[in-house]
Write a protein that binds this ligand. Structure first.
Ligand code: FS2
Ligand code: SF4
Length: 526
């Protein structure tokens, strides 16, 4: 196997051998390469036929999402999807009266010269991340024809393009795609469940049976809430599902009680022996430990051998009865259990998406003009297990009192239970939402830039990203596509970015690796 798509890749180079650091076995990795090659074959056949199909569109999104880190560990599921893709390719080719284009062997990409391989990786991993966002929007009925065209064109280019400048342009097009699908998802989520509102979320688990739901898909949470209504089974969010507590259409369910645990990489410790059912709607699933493996369920594109998968019926419904029954059988705790965040806090606050922040834009702008807010920091992205990630906690703790911190995605668990106080009633720590809510952060930045009649790069705003998986790659490409410069990236630079490509990104965008919190803070405030 060869996989170097995430931050925890072996030795900071690549996972090879029998299994990845994430637990993905070599045969699943090879099957995912084959699936990706089949996606390229399907995309090229669509281009040759001059047509797509709604089934092909759906398969492209599902196929890309399946290969994201910590999503799918099942050979059976990956192979079935590959077969489905190939059948659709044959069907489209036959319909157009052409020969289907052959699949790409991913080994060819991995064996390419260093810079070509790096740029193609940037495109492919960005596409995977963007596909996750497109998938969730699709679950709520939002599909963009333009986005689907870009997915197909960029996939096909993995086999046909080798010019460095063209591949870099393509990576930025994937950035546009990522921004567009995040916008689509934002509209779909807020259209379905309302604009998030500032919400204090409890970290206490109340007595009685409960389900913990993880991942990013709000529709799954909605279905679970409908099905647990009046059952006496409580629901807690986990990981990236935390911001769901702020949506009016979701928080109105009284059995949605709060949030359980912290970021994904702590799940094997935090789930051990917990008397509850766990439902994974997306990444990040880690190989379950024996003490709780019997109570973990998957849905959507998430799959793991031996775990019960809750499928979606043809009419779009899902039956979470096995999950709810498992929660009942386990019974939960017989007394309330007060859990805390990493820093000992007992609540966290979320819900500062663009709707809320822009509703108080005048207040924020006044505070900046009066010198009460000196600087904004966007400290966002993924969490992970590397010790170097304490940088983000240290950075946030050191940010001076006259500065505001925006955050998003699961990296915030490092500091979201800290009480940073407020500036004239404006909280100093604003949780914008999930990784896809980078769209919201961009909207806020654009609105501030407009108010101050300057570009985003001229704002007193610094962006410090933490990356782990491919949605962070999609988010980074979106920011680069928007022309945002001076972004700091950590905890380490991606193994798939070659020195040559890094040089280009530094030259064009002033992208920089994080240094120490002290040095970076001094530089950002200078
Ligand atoms: Fe965190 Fe994992 Fe949000 Fe990533 S929960 S690293 O998937 O997408 O971020
Ligand atoms: Fe390794 Fe990350 Fe790939 Fe898993 S997803 S095999 S940890 S590089």
């Amino acid at each position: 196997m060869f996989c170097y798509q995430c931050e925890q890749t072996a030795r900071g180079v690549a996972c090879t051998g029998n299994a990845g650091v994430c637990g993905k076995p070599f045969d699943v990795a090879l099957d995912q390469d084959e699936l990706t090659g089949a996606l390229v074959g399907l995309a090229r056949t669509c281009l040759a036929a001059g047509t797509r199909s709604s089934h092909a569109d759906e398969l492209v999104i599902r196929g890309l999402f399946t290969c994201i880190t910590n999503v799918n560990f099942s050979r059976e599921a990956v192979r079935a999807l590959t077969d489905e893709l190939r059948a659709e390719k044959e069907r489209l080719a036959a319909r157009a009266g052409i020969d289907p284009v052959e699949d790409l062997l991913l080994g060819q990409v991995w064996a390419d010269d260093e810079n070509t391989r790096s740029l193609k990786s940037l495109v492919l991993f960005g596409l995977r991340g963007a596909a996750a966002y497109a998938y969730h929007a699709r679950m709520l009925g939002s599909v963009s024809d333009e986005a689907q065209q870009t997915f197909v064109r960029a996939l096909a280019a993995l086999a046909t393009e080798s010019d460095g400048a063209a591949l870099l342009d393509l990576a930025l097009e994937v950035g546009k795609l990522s921004h567009d699908v995040m916008g689509l998802l934002d509209a779909a989520n807020t259209g379905a469940y309302g604009n998030p509102e500032p919400t204090e979320v409890s970290l206490k688990v109340e007595r009685g049976p409960f389900v913990v739901i993880s991942g990013h898909d709000l529709r799954d949470l909605k279905l679970l809430l409908e099905q647990t209504e009046g059952t006496g089974v409580s629901v807690y969010t986990h990981g990236e599902m935390l911001p769901a507590n702020a949506y009016p259409g979701l928080k109105r369910y009284p059995q949605l009680k709060g949030n359980f645990g912290t970021a994904w990489q702590n799940q094997q410790r935090e789930f051990a022996n917990v008397p509850a059912a766990f439902l994974f709607t997306t990444n990040c699933l880690m190989p379950p430990r024996p003490s709780y493996a019997d109570r973990v369920f998957t849905t959507e594109v998430v799959s793991y051998p031996e775990l019960v998968h809750v499928p979606q019926a043809a009419d779009g419904t899902k039956d979470f009865t096995p999950v709810i029954e498992k929660a009942r059988e386990l019974g939960g705790y017989d007394h309330d259990v007060q859990l805390t965040g990493i820093n000992g806090g007992t609540t966290v606050t979320t819900g500062f998406a663009h709707g809320t922040v822009l509703s108080i834009a005048d207040k924020v702008i006044d505070a900046v003009r009066a010198g009460k807010i000196r600087h904004f920091f966007l400290v966002g992205g993924c969490d992970g297990a590397k010790p170097g990630r304490t940088y983000y906690t240290e950075l946030v703790k050191r940010i001076p009192d006259d500065c505001v911190v925006l955050t998003l995605a699961c990296g915030k668990y490092r500091f979201n239970d800290l009480d940073l106080g407020d500036i004239d009633g404006i909280p100093r720590l604003l949780d914008v939402g999930q990784c896809n809510d980078a769209y919201s952060a961009v909207e806020i930045a654009l609105a501030l830039a407009k108010a101050f009649d300057c570009g985003v790069n001229e704002l007193p705003l610094s962006i410090v990203l933490s990356w782990y998986e491919q949605k962070a790659v999609a988010d980074l490409l979106a920011l680069l596509y928007l022309g945002i410069t001076d972004i700091k990236l950590g905890p380490t630079l991606p193994a798939f970015v070659s020195p040559g490509v890094l040089g280009t990104l530094v030259e064009k965008f002033d992208l920089a690796p994080i240094a120490t919190p002290e040095e970076d803070l001094a530089q950002m405030l200078a």
